[in-house]
Design a protein around this ligand. Structure first.
Ligand code: CAO
Length: 451
């Protein structure tokens, strides 16, 4: 006859308040003996708690993120064949687990995460602590941990961070063990199949037969546009975006730029506001290292880049490409103008190599030569921020700042709109506002660039 079995946290050594990191079953699931039920993780090791009985899951007594210790109730199972032992206790059928020999699956962790140290964890039967059990529910002894999907804690952690379900990956390790490379391969396969490009779990747009509404024709997309569509979707779906809008008073800079025109012509160059912005951004990035960082795999640290290579979005008839100008901090504005002109020309002639588009720590997208007052550029992930420039306008600005004193008045100023999109996992709104304010001040007083 079916009876209910309450499964508790076994003896997990000296650990207390261990976090529930994975719940592998849901009410209604049928499980076999030793199928994994719950995964718990201390700062040293991960351990699966398998089912000691075969049957149906009735109730989950814990939630993700909850801290548990030995004896806490985890899962209530309905199982057919729970037998009485000689001492009157009830226990599960099948191979009686030898708890002394129990081999915690996750003990020999591969050091994917440097914090994962091998620790000996010995699951043991949970004593029927008085008052700890629900009336009428026999306690189940706990067998050895982790006989479902075999993987080290490092691999489990890696899979969790990437949102990968271990059962869906290959298992190319010895005895069907899932390796880190199986998880990585699974992600690559999913990404290149296009499934992840539009975001897993995002409902697909249903196809529409537009010819029902009028004449249509189908035109193939250029390769560049298809590649950038994937990159943009991936960036948009992975990074929580926020855009900080600001403006820079570049009246003085514009006077200076005009005064350089003759010299620029002599060098066969055209100076645009963008070339000065490149220089100023490199200076501001030196003061704001987070803006030239990337999240390390796993998302637990930042990789800060101590180089100042900047990507610049170039509009081509086949789509958007982002070539990279290296060491912007060490180049003059004329050198930057010459290099960007050369890169843009090669981009439009489809002569950029992959190396020309790699290594940026921050990007700039300028629509200033076209129009618009603000926009929300998409961060070129794994970079964490991108600066958008719109068309400068001559606008009235109050000369007294927040002071309404009699001396102040409205003056015509050349105002450059700035739109800084950032990955909110790395950058806070206050930092973004400080960044654009600093950049605005730098551009308003271009003499700073000489200091
Ligand atoms: N405000 C007003 N005028 C501006 C300006 C601004 N912010 N920025 C540039 N201009 C002017 C230039 O001075 C130039 O004027 P002249 O013809 O009188 O010399 C004119 O606009 C055209 O400039 P440009 O765009 O050709 O040159 P640039 O160096 O500023 O930009 C490049 C080069 C490659 C970035 C640009 O050509 C380009 O492709 N921009 C589009 C990028 C894009 O598509 N971004 C969207 C991506 S989605 O995030």
């Amino acid at each position: 006859m079916a009876s209910e079995t309450l499964i508790r946290v076994p003896d997990i050594g000296d650990f207390e308040d261990v976090e529930v990191v994975e719940i592998m079953v849901a009410p209604g699931d049928e499980v076999a003996v030793e199928d994994p039920l719950i995964s718990i993780e201390s700062d040293k090791a991960t351990m699966e708690i398998p089912s000691p009985v075969a049957g149906r899951v009735l109730e989950i007594r814990v939630s993700l993120g909850e801290s548990v210790s030995e004896g806490n109730a985890l899962v209530v199972m309905e199982s057919d064949a729970v037998e009485k032992t000689a001492d009157g206790n009830e226990e599960s059928p099948g191979p009686t687990p030898n708890l002394a020999e129990a081999e915690p699956v996750d003990v020999e962790a591969e050091p994917v995460d440097v914090k994962a140290e091998p620790v000996e964890v010995k699951p043991a039967p949970v004593a029927s602590a008085s008052g700890a059990s629900s009336p009428g529910r026999p306690e189940a002894p706990m067998p050895a941990a982790g006989r479902g999907v075999h993987a080290s804690p490092g691999v489990r952690r890696y899979a969790r961070q990437l949102g990968v379900t271990l059962g869906e990956t290959g298992a190319s390790g010895p005895l069907g063990r899932v390796l880190e490379s199986d998880v990585t391969d699974h992600v690559h396969r999913t990404m290149s199949s296009g499934e992840a490009g539009v975001g897993r779990g995002v409902p697909p747009v249903p196809p529409v037969d537009f010819s029902r509404f009028g004449p249509v024709r189908e035109e193939p997309l250029a390769k560049i546009r298809r590649v950038s569509a994937q990159n943009l979707s991936r960036s948009w779906l992975n990074a929580p975006h926020v855009t900080q809008h600001d403006e820079a008073d570049i009246t003085t800079l514009e006077d200076f730029r005009r005064s350089c025109k003759e010299e620029a012509n002599r060098r066969g160059l055209k100076l645009s506001p963008l070339h000065f912005v490149l220089k100023a951004v490199a200076r501001v990035l030196a003061e704001f290292p987070d803006f030239r960082s990337s999240l390390a795999p796993g998302g637990e640290s930042l990789v800060v880049k101590d180089y100042f290579h900047l990507g610049v979005a170039v509009d081509t008839e086949n789509g958007l490409v982002v070539p990279v100008i290296r060491d912007v901090d060490r180049k003059s504005v004329f050198e930057l103008a010459a290099e960007l002109a050369e890169l843009a020309e090669r981009a439009r002639a489809r002569r950029l190599g992959p190396g020309d588009m790699q290594g940026a720590c921050f990007s700039i997208s300028s629509l200033g030569g076209i129009g618009g007052t603000a926009f929300t550029p998409i961060v070129n992930v794994p970079e964490v921020a991108i600066l958008g420039l719109s068309k400068l306008q001559v606008l009235p600005r109050w000369s007294g700042g927040t002071d309404s004193g009699a001396e102040a008045d409205f003056r015509a100023r050349a105002v450059l709109p700035l739109s800084l999109s950032y990955d909110h996992r790395v950058i806070d709104g206050a930092a973004a506002a400080r960044f654009t304010s600093r950049l605005g001040r730098m551009l308003a007083r271009p003499g700073y660039l000489l200091l």
